[in-house]
Design a protein around this ligand. Structure first.
Ligand SMILES: Nc1ncnc2c1ncn2[C@@H]1O[C@H](COP(=O)(O)OP(=O)(O)OP(=O)(O)O)[C@@H](O)[C@H]1O
Ligand SMILES: [Mg+2]
Length: 437
């Protein structure tokens, strides 16, 4: 606790600062408000100042402190009979005041109370900050992730259909679960189905259920995912991959809030909240007529777009820490290794980061992680740059980088563009320029 005492009465000032020092505080005394201001950058927690002083008075000093160092606690000292100025001081943001004359014991008592208060306040602030770094299982301190937390909070309480967009490994499923867990449906089931992982017929019977004898092998009646999710949330993962006939059927269920089993004619009412996700550009799928526009609009009532990891490198340290704790790994990351992790571009986003760490823990034998335990992505990306000066032109370099990115992306141009941090349109232009298309 660093305290600055300001009083034009030298004797008093020295007396107070000495008493504070004896009580274990780091105290300094100055004679004028002007010199107090000059000293503030030293990092004081508290200023105890007289009000009536020649030159700048205590109230002016208080106002200056509050505008420049609002976190500093200011206590005013004032003589009997000038209570009005004490009131004025409180209005201007003073924490408390002492009426002169007071004993050094009274002074110490007040300072002790304030410092306890301050300690508590800082603790609360600290926990609020920690809280802001995570949202259930989802961590992130970057601004884009803070915005995502806010969106989740808002949408969770409603029943709106949510469409979660974002590259692979950005946490779409995590966010879907996060929304469910914060919604009034939290105690009811969260049912997830991957529309890309199974065949069209299987997907259909899984989603909508079937009657006995609806098809060969349907030896008993089976409820679908919609019924299993009753009262809860149905998560339709990789929605872009849903076959067209099922898109039509899904749309009807969303409109009517009823499902029909395969081979059944009785409508079954369902109360289910839908969350869909895709790493594809669904809008583009609509344009290319691979996805129904009417279904798109039904699903995209509340879109949430998860930012790729390379756009929020601030989150990397906390993601690393979160992963290691989640997996119970007690290892430290050297600062050089963290530096490398922070600079990589993660085409596979958080999932890729987790895989890299998993591998690093194994390679390090569960001990501290150093650069040699990380993949050679530095090398990969820098290979083309490590040529002798004069050996190449910038254009040749660009061409080499294009080729290397294309190879890494298995010929996929969108992916290559992402690796290079340029747009799809840009990569097409460049491919043409170097006659690589
Ligand atoms: N913000 C985050 N905080 C903590 N863990 C995260 C975060 N984002 C992603 N993860 C972790 O990364 C991994 C991938 O996340 P998830 O499966 O949700 O990605 P996805 O977007 O659904 O990917 P895909 O499109 O490939 O299905 C999971 O282990 C998840 O726990
Ligand atoms: Mg997923």
């Amino acid at each position: 606790m660093k305290i600055l005492v300001v009083d034009d009465e030298r004797k008093l000032g020295i007396l107070f600062s000495r008493a504070l020092k004896n009580a274990g505080y780091d105290a300094k005394y100055v004679e004028t408000a002007e010199s107090a201001l000059e000293n503030l950058s030293e990092g004081f927690d508290m200023v105890i100042s007289d009000i009536r002083m020649p030159g700048m008075n205590g109230i002016e000093l208080l106002k200056k402190i509050k505008s420049e160092y609002p976190e500093i606690v200011v206590i005013m000292m004032t003589a009997h009979g000038t209570v009005e100025s004490a009131v004025e001081a409180m209005k201007a943001g003073a924490y408390d005041y002492l009426l002169k004359p007071f004993s050094t014991d009274e002074l110490i008592l007040l300072v002790k109370r304030v410092s306890e208060d301050l300690h508590l306040r800082r603790e609360v602030e600290y926990h609020r900050k920690i809280e802001r770094k995570r949202f259930g299982e989802i961590v992130g301190e970057s601004e884009p992730m803070q915005n995502i937390f806010e969106l989740i909070e808002k949408v969770a309480v409603s029943d709106a259909t949510v469409l979660i967009l974002g590259e692979t490994g950005t946490g779409k499923e995590l966010v879907a679960r996060g929304i469910h867990n914060r919604s009034p449906r939290a105690k009811k089931p969260f049912v997830a189905i991957n529309c890309a992982a199974i065949t069209e017929t299987l997907l259909e019977s899984e989603l909508f259920g079937y009657e006995k004898g609806a098809f060969t092998g349907a030896d008993k009646r089976k409820p679908g995912m919609f019924e299993l999710a009753e009262g809860g949330t149905l998560f339709l993962d990789e929605i872009a991959e849903m076959p067209a006939p099922l898109q039509a059927k899904l749309l009807r269920v969303l409109q009517e809030k009823k499902v029909y089993h395969l081979g059944g004619t009785t409508p079954i009412p369902v109360d289910v909240r839908i969350i869909a996700a895709t790493n594809k550009n669904l809008r583009e799928y609509v344009n290319e007529q691979k996805f129904r526009e009417d279904l798109y609009f039904r699903l995209a009532v509340f879109p949430i777009e998860l930012p790729p990891l390379r756009k929020r490198p601030q989150d990397i340290p906390i993601l690393v820490e979160n992963f290691l704790r989640k997996r119970g790994f007690k290892v430290n990351i050297s600062s050089e290794a963290m530096e490398i992790l922070r600079e990589y571009t993660y085409p596979g986003n958080v999932r890729e980061l987790e895989n890299i760490l998993e591998r690093a823990v194994i390679l390090s034998g569960g001990k501290d992680i150093f650069p040699e335990h990380l993949p050679d992505f530095e090398l990969d990306q820098m290979e083309v740059l490590s040529m002798e000066p004069g050996e190449t032109t910038l254009e040749e370099l660009e061409k080499k980088m294009l080729i290397s990115a294309l190879e890494k992306a298995g010929g996929n141009k969108s992916k290559a563009a992402r690796l290079l941090g340029i747009t799809r349109r840009m990569i097409y232009t460049k491919l043409k320029k170097y006659e690589l298309d």
